[in-house]
Design a protein. Structure first.
Length: 167
């Protein structure tokens, strides 16, 4: 469990989590390969087009999220820590030099036959956090994104179980 003090990051953070019915290694893999990310990343109604993807510390994922209303959102992620299959840390913004970029830490905890994924995001200011929640529905979007991940990975795990290997 992660804690923050009232004078620190608590007023700048968003935390979402979900139990996923799949092995931790498979859930982690869904974040590490663009062929997986393209199938589940984003909230309801969004699709993703990747321009470049380099999953390594210092590597970048440059992509566009297409909203259900036709709006395109330029997105950029750089990986700051990768500890398979336990943890991924990243910076996320609209571009490499985005002054409003935020940091996220994703942890993958085994829980019996499930994996508990926790996504903790810390914004540079309380105002940016509040804008993300109110204007962009960041909490619901995070929950929907993890729901898509859970459904996608459960489908992969089911195929693996049925076929003895991923198909």
């Amino acid at each position: 469990m992660m804690t923050t003090d009232s004078g620190g990051e608590a007023d700048r953070e968003i935390m979402v989590s979900r139990a996923v019915r799949a092995p931790r290694e498979l859930v982690f893999e869904a974040f590490t390969e663009v062929r997986h990310l393209a199938r589940w990343w984003g909230p309801e109604g969004f699709t993703t087009t990747t321009r470049s993807f380099d999953f390594r510390v210092g590597g970048v994922w440059d992509f566009v999220m297409h909203g259900p209303d036709g709006t395109d959102y330029q997105e950029w992620i750089t990986w700051t820590e990768i500890a398979p299959p336990e943890r991924i840390a990243l910076e996320h913004g609209e571009s490499r030099d985005d002054p409003n970029a935020f940091a996220s830490l994703l942890t993958f905890e085994p829980a019996g036959e499930e994996t508990r994924i926790m996504m903790r995001t810390v914004f540079p200011t309380k105002e940016l956090r509040d804008e993300a929640v109110e204007k962009y529905h960041a909490i619901e979007g995070g929950e929907q994104t993890l729901s898509h991940l859970a459904a996608y990975v459960a489908e992969l795990a089911s195929k693996t179980t049925r076929n003895g290997a991923e198909s």
